[in-house]
Design a binder for this molecule. Structure first.
Ligand code: PMT
Length: 406
């Protein structure tokens, strides 16, 4: 089985009010040392056992616990969108009951209800509480829903009794996090995903073309991550120098018209379409069949015509897939992205200010804002394109699930 890298993974560590809360410090520290991005969420009772200052220092981020703190974002939702996995350690009988029954009365429980990522629960409490019928029934409900429950260890408990109920060692919890991430990998199993990537080349003559600096990296990372999650992926790629992602079917094209044709051939057999390609909006009306000669001309004019709008044509398909597009902008990024989302009939748009350092064309990182059709906006930090791809697929997966449930 392939090892799961923790580096760059976005992990929520939820700490609830039990004596084992102090052990969560080592968990946070270990995850951070492995390169993970960790956010800690605490309940009010957990703050009585360990100071939030400890977790803020270990994670390098403010700790979330106060539902009513003044802020500009909706914290429980943005945390839920951030997470690739959430581990509740230690999990008290109270939080287990809230999870099982959908009770949302503080920051942590509202966040848990909004999560779409895998959840790991590590119960820790007195043996008799653990073995009680309600706790066992709640744990059984959670297991049925696919929550990863880490078996508590046996030993001497804080109350002086001996039995099951101890929070397992940090290594066991970290392994449970890896298992949960591994399970997410099959999350797109059976899904048919079509992705466009790279630039297009619009011929002027046999040796000249109009193009743009897209390296294809963003689209290739999306294809590789979707393949890792078990999807059946086709990548329609403009010219790039990138290696073909393993297990992905690649259709190589040059021009916007060829990309359009390759995409249209798959009409009706796609569940998710992602347009990451930087497609030319215009092409020369006629491409010369032979190399154009300068002659003694000082000027030359190219007559340009529109290329087909690939993503807008996908929005006309029946059945229509879930559609994710990009907006590469240099000013008023969010406003332009919102307008494209509506005009082209997408479900989500990835707003990409390509004038920002470290974002957009050619570089290995990107900073984007995800905007969906119901107006939710999520600002992601500067991340590697692989991490951005994972975040886009998380959100796209949630959109597909919500379309299916309607
Ligand atoms: O390839 P990289 O070097 O990694 O760079 C990544 C990227 C900057 C190319 C990528 O992040 C990105 O922003 N891709 C979209 C670029 C673009 O063409 O944006 P746009 O705002 O012009 O187009 C809006 C959307 O319509 C895009 O999803 C585009 O694929 C699609 N489109 C555009 C024109 C057209 N004729 N047909 C289309 O489908």
């Amino acid at each position: 089985m392939p090892a799961i890298e923790l580096s760059g993974r976005r992990i929520i560590v939820a700490v609830t009010g039990g004596i084992a809360a102090y052990k969560a410090c080592e968990l946070v520290s270990t995850l951070v040392k492995s390169g993970a991005q960790v956010r800690v969420v605490m309940t009010e009772s957990a703050r009585r056992f360990v100071s939030e200052m400890t977790f803020a220092t270990l994670s390098g981020h403010e700790v979330a616990w106060d539902m009513w703190a003044p802020r500009t974002n909706v914290e429980h939702i943005s945390l839920a969108e951030f997470a690739e996995v959430c581990v509740i350690a230690p999990a008290t009988a109270n939080v287990i009951a809230k999870c099982a029954h959908g009770i949302a009365d503080d920051l942590l429980s509202t966040c848990l209800l909004a999560l779409t990522c895998p959840v790991v629960i590590a119960p820790a409490m007195n043996t008799r509480m653990l073995c009680s019928a309600p706790v066992q029934a709640n744990l059984a409900t959670l297991r049925e829903r696919g929550v990863h429950v880490v078996e508590p260890e046996e030993g001497r408990l804080a109350c002086g009794e001996t039995g099951a109920g101890r929070l397992p060692a940090t290594e066991v919890l970290v392994e449970a996090v890896r298992d949960a991430l591994r399970s997410r990998r099959g999350a797109m199993s059976g899904m048919r995903i079509l992705i466009t990537a790279g630039p297009t080349r619009e011929a002027i003559d046999p040796v000249r073309f109009l193009s743009n600096p897209s390296s294809g990296r963003m689209g290739y990372e999306l294809a590789a991550e979707a393949q890792r999650r078990g999807a059946d992926v086709t990548l329609v790629s403009g010219p790039t120098s990138l290696p073909r992602p393993e297990g992905v079917a690649v259709v190589a094209v040059q021009s916007a018209e060829q990309m359009h044709e390759a995409v249209q051939e798959r009409a009706g057999v796609v569940d998710l379409f992602i347009g990451a390609a930087a497609v030319a909006d215009w092409r020369p009306a006629e491409a010369a069949t032979e190399k154009m000669k300068k002659g003694d001309r000082e000027e030359m004019t190219l007559r340009m015509v529109r290329t087909p709008d690939i993503i807008a044509s996908v929005a006309q398909w029946q059945p229509r897939p879930t559609i994710v597009g990009f907006a590469a902008e240099t000013n008023e990024t969010i406003a332009h992205a919102r307008e494209k989302l509506q005009r082209k009939g997408m479900d989500m748009i990835v707003a990409n200010d390509v004038s920002e350092p470290g974002a957009g064309f050619e570089v290995e990182t990107n900073r984007v804002t995800l905007i969906d059709v119901i107006g939710r906006e999520t600002d992601l930090p500067l991340m590697s394109k692989a991490e951005v791809a994972a975040a886009i697929l998380d959100r796209a997966g949630a959109l597909i699930a919500s379309r299916e449930s309607q």
